[in-house]
Design a protein. Structure first.
Length: 234
């Protein structure tokens, strides 16, 4: 996924609320939009170097969109809208071998009370067995080489997993892809201490036949692309 606009570097100062923060940009304090409602406490710390995409628009409170942050020397994408785009792009290029090739892709496909990120089909009118629901989860939390999700309790996330399991039982193929928005993690696991219900739902989904996959990303100021498979520990 290419970053479409110009980027600049800044220094993070503080988070004001779920969507806004303050950064030092070119020697001045400026308002930022933060496109991630997760806690990101280990990333959004005062003094952190950040990458800001400049999005000029008359409808925005600020043109400054915080899209990446340095964790030491490692650049981490925090844009929660990016993972869906990255995974869809990778699927179309055949970069996720476990999923394979599908001729038809639908975004935001409904099943029961959930809206899954992608529905893949061999053809537009394919049978259930030739169709695959995919839910994508962006991961920004990492500790000692292990990526973890979630970084805040998510009842919605657990529901997604339960309904992926239902779709699998009904005859669909189903998968959840945890996209680690940085490079260099060894393993992925559910953050059981943060949300035990999500962890239990993930284990149950895997047991029901839902494919649980994880990949990391190669992140730069110009683009974010899927990189290597990360081992999943259930």
């Amino acid at each position: 996924m290419k970053i479409p606009n110009n980027t600049i570097e800044g220094i993070f100062i503080e988070r004001l609320n779920r969507f806004e923060g303050i950064a030092e940009i070119k020697g001045r304090k400026e308002l930022l939009h933060i496109p991630n409602t997760g806690r990101c406490r280990e990333l959004l710390i005062a003094g952190a170097r950040i990458i800001i995409e400049v999005r000029e628009s008359n409808t925005r409170k600020t043109p400054y969109e915080m899209i990446m942050v340095y964790k030491g020397d490692r650049l981490v994408s925090i844009d929660s809208q990016a993972p869906n785009k990255i995974v869809e792009e990778a699927l179309k290029k055949g970069m996720i071998e476990e999923i394979g090739s599908y001729g038809y892709v639908k975004r935001e496909a409904y099943y029961q009370s959930s809206r899954f990120d992608l529905l893949l089909k061999k053809t537009e009118f394919a049978e259930k067995s030739d169709s695959c629901y995919i839910e994508v989860k962006g991961v920004t939390l990492e500790k000692d080489g292990i990526a973890m999700f979630p970084d805040a309790p998510t009842e919605r996330g657990a529901r997604h997993l339960r309904e992926l399991s239902d779709a699998r039982k009904e005859g669909y193929r189903a998968a959840v892809i945890f996209l680690v928005q940085m490079e260099g993690t060894r393993n992925f696991m559910a953050n059981r201490l943060m949300d035990s219900q999500f962890a239990e739902a993930l284990t149950a989904a895997g047991d029901s036949g839902v494919e649980v996959l994880s990949y990391d990303c190669r992140v730069s100021r110009q683009e974010i692309v899927i990189n290597k498979k990360v081992e999943v520990i259930l």
